[in-house]
Write a protein that binds this ligand. Sequence first.
Ligand SMILES: O=C(CO)COP(=O)(O)O
Length: 262
Amino acid sequence: MSTARTPFIAGNWKMNLDHLQSIAFVQKLAWTLRDAKLDTKAVEVAVFPPFTDLRSVQTLVGSDDLPIAFGGQDLSRFDSGAYTGEISGAFLKGLDCRYVLIGHSERREYHGETDADCAEKVAAAIRHGLIPVLCVGETAEDLERHGASAIPVKQLREALGPVQRGQELVVAYEPVWAIGSGQPATPQQAQDVAVTLRGELAELLGDETGAATRILYGGSVKSSNIASFMREPDIDGALVGGASLQLDEFASIVQFQKHVVL
Ligand SMILES: O=C(CO)COP(=O)(O)O
């Protein structure tokens, strides 16, 4: 198994923390991780704040050279023009975003995003030099009807149509039933889906890209369960919602290596 994938711990803030709160949070996070002597080469940390926070986060991270990446929670499939309320990937790139979330289940549920929309957004992200973090996952009903992997695999296949082999991307497996429910998937369930998704990536984009792509687990991740997910060979990190808003909890998740009992 490839060990070249740098673990990636990302906080999806969803619609929480305004621009002032974002500055305080990111500053304190950086201090906490520095005091804990986090090896920033051994784990990549990222936050996904609301759009209105990004300029503040960029200024702070840039001026203090903090080892924290950031990205948008969504982007427009268009580049510019008469699309009221939309945010171009060009604007995100201009604010030094490295990543962008695409196809989060809340976008799919509340904004009717389809796999075809996700494919267009993946293409837009790549056009603007952003690394897509494609979110896939099944509902409880899907799980009962089709098992755990069928829907995530379909979502992956349909959204990755425009992607060329060698493209850097991140896939986040987030079972909808595990998001915000306090009921995470078991590490084995998450590993089973992750290995299936990796197989699909290898088929779609070649073995090398399949082996290099980081696959995250998301859904009720906490400091008390992160180590059990990170122990799985095909899970390379976590996309954290609620727990990413609590500084000590998120800092502890980032330091998952300290929890690992071998
Ligand atoms: O949706 C999520 C991250 O994108 C997961 O949310 P929770 O960690 O709150 O379950």
